[in-house]
Design a protein around this ligand. Structure first.
Ligand code: NAD
Length: 365
């Protein structure tokens, strides 16, 4: 074991109590856990390990941080199993979820049980504690719907919104338009989390995220497309593109996302009941085609592509306007998408054996 033991970290709202991260074995949760553990906090990871591959993230955290990481293998759908964990928390980051739109279309009830009911279970456990426990929720830009009303200009390699205002990104004031069962279940959870600040005075905040990518991501065709594309390309396997590949997303490296989550917790008294869009913003707005071009540079080989029909709820364009995060918390994305893609490729080569390592250091925001 190489358990790190830095000097005493600054107290959270809950004093010496642990940071609880649901979905802490998952991609973003594992990176968030690592960040707190490196700073000397104890972290409880609550996860049912249902996402294939994430057990390896948990093993890695245990190896790196020893007893300061406390795994709880439990299901957010089971209120009894989770109650004592939340009641004892210094702060809760809620990331456990059914994360794929495709799965939600196959099984809307299952999706609802995890994402909507599971979130309510968590909020009720926090409320029952009678203590002031901050809850920060990982929501999604899908709550703004497919944005079909936005007029697009189709360029050779990407869509661009006709409106100059929309080109600056989608702000938090955009109307909610839940779309697909995943969008609905996450949207319901998003609204409950905000309401528990209003109705019960629990300090909560919501981050509506664009596409996050980076180390520890077990991306699949159904969720985590940046990692999925790189994994496939490094293995010389074909990548399926649904639609014409001109869809635009503002991709964000997970180290920048972790910095945003931590900034929200540090300022929770000032931002309670608030929602923030979190993404790479205009400077990291890329089409799938652009990412594929960059992957060709990284791997030195032309990726193999298969083409399929558009998928339900797929936005032509989503770029977050992150001005609110910048203005209220001083947060900006620091890692550019090209550099970030290389970092993920290096991690995949080094840690998952998909090719040769090229660089040893890890990026931090
Ligand atoms: N990655 C992104 O680009 C992105 C974008 C928008 C929103 N989000 C949201 O961020 C959160 C984290 O996403 P991620 O990319 O790290 O996904 P992930 O799948 O890697 O992590 C989710 C974790 O939740 C766990 N989990 C699933 N169902 C559970 C249950 N019933 N009980 C307990 N644990 C359960 C999984 O095992 C997994 O470890 C999710 O809530 C997701 O909806 C992610």
């Amino acid at each position: 074991m190489t358990a790190a033991s830095p000097s005493e970290p600054p107290a959270l709202a809950g004093g010496g109590r642990p940071v609880v991260i649901t979905g802490g074995s998952g991609f973003i949760g594992c990176n968030l856990a690592e960040s707190f553990l490196r700073d000397g906090y104890d972290v409880v990871v609550l996860d049912n390990l249902s996402r294939p591959g994430v057990g390896q993230n948990l093993e890695w955290l245990k190896f790196e941080f020893g007893e300061r990481i406390r795994p709880v293998i439990a299901d957010i759908r089971d209120p009894q199993a989770c109650r004592s964990i939340f009641e004892d928390a210094g702060a809760v980051f809620h990331l456990a979820a059914q994360t794929a739109v495709t799965t939600s279309l196959d099984d809307p009830l299952g999706d609802f049980a995890v994402n909507a009911q599971g979130t309510l279970n968590l909020l009720e456990a926090v409320r029952a504690s009678g203590r002031t426990i901050p809850v920060i929720f990982a929501s999604t830009n899908k709550v703004y719907g497919a944005l079909e009303d936005l007029e697009m200009i189709e360029l050779e390699d990407r869509y661009v919104p006709a409106s100059p205002e929309i080109r600056q990104g989608i702000g938090e004031d955009r109307k909610l338009d839940f779309c697909t069962p995943y969008g609905c279940s996450k949207g319901v959870a998003d609204q409950y989390v905000l309401d528990y600040a209003k109705s019960f005075g629990i300090p909560t905040a919501v981050l509506r995220m664009s596409c996050i990518y980076g180390p520890h991501q077990y991306g699949t065709e159904d969720q985590g497309w940046v990692a999925h594309f790189l994994i496939r390309a490094l293995q010389g396997e074909p990548i399926s593109i649904y639609g014409n590949g001109k869809q635009v997303r503002d991709v964000l490296h997970v180290a920048d996302a972790v910095a945003a989550y931590r900034a929200v917790l540090e300022n929770i008294d000032a931002v309670t009941g608030r929602v923030f869009n979190l993404g790479g913003g205009v400077q990291n707005a890329v089409s799938l085609r652009l990412v594929l071009q960059e992957i060709r540079r990284i791997t030195g080989a032309e990726p193999l592509i298969g083409w399929g029909d558009w998928r339900a709820g797929d936005q032509y364009y989503f770029v977050a306007d992150t001005t609110r995060l910048q203005r209220e918390l001083g947060w900006t994305a620091k890692i550019g998408w090209r550099e970030g893609l290389r970092d993920l490729a290096d991690w995949l080569r080094r840690e998952r054996g998909l090719g040769r390592p090229q660089r040893e250091e890890r990026l931090t925001a």
